[in-house]
Design a protein around this ligand. Sequence first.
Ligand code: KIV
Ligand code: NA
Length: 275
Amino acid sequence: YIKRTTAPDIAGRKGGEPIVVLTSYHAQTAALVDPHVDVLMVGDSLGMVLHGLESTVPVPLDLMIAHAKAVVRGSERALVVVDMPFGSYEESPAVAFRSAARIMKETGCGAVKLEGGVPMAETIAYLTARGIPVMGHIGMTPQAVNQLGGFAARGRRRAEWARFEDDARAVAEAGAFSMVIEAVAEALAARITREVPIPTIGIGASAQCDGQVLVLEDMLGLAPRVPKFVKEYAELRSAVEGAVKAYAQDVRSRAFPAAEHTYSTLDEVPAAPKK
Ligand code: KIV
Ligand code: NA
């Protein structure tokens, strides 16, 4: 029996060995990734990566719960953090609690994540005071894509920094156990990481953060195109294409299935029926 990593375990890693996070959306990848990471993130990016949506805005709470259940079942060590989808928490702390409680009760995950800084601080405080560990998410916040006008990096001009530093401080003071910083200039990520007492998990936010997260399909080379901040550690797209092409050819030429893939009868084979 291995005790799962907890939100306080992650909070205690500030300034220490970098925290390793990858997304996972289902049991099979969760089992493969679990032994090697500290946190499995069930990101609402699954709406784009798995379901072909143009943004994370339409992702329903029930879909997050279905995928999160599979990730909890498929893993045993890592802390599972589940994204609260757009529309499930912004309205009020009470609405957020109801959604977060459903996620915690129905999936067995160890924490939730929600996007937003100063405007979400009250909600983060409400949840953390009621037994729900919260990971924050600041910088480029994809659920606000319609307000931002795109997924471009933030904080590349110093004039923007104060706002993001206020967000980071508010999230930390509200009781979050860590926060994702997405797509911001290195100097800003470094400042925030120095200023807040909880671990920062960067995605497109430089090596200055206390940990890193990537979308699994992006780093495996399965995505059609990836942002600048992604390093592709494998090229599974071409591997999958090659396998699928070979299979199609084998079926068409009857090379598959061969004898070793075929069941024989166990008793005497009857003579072919007479005509
Ligand atoms: O949705 C997601 O995958 C995320 C992580 C990449 C931070 O929010
Ligand atoms: Na997300």
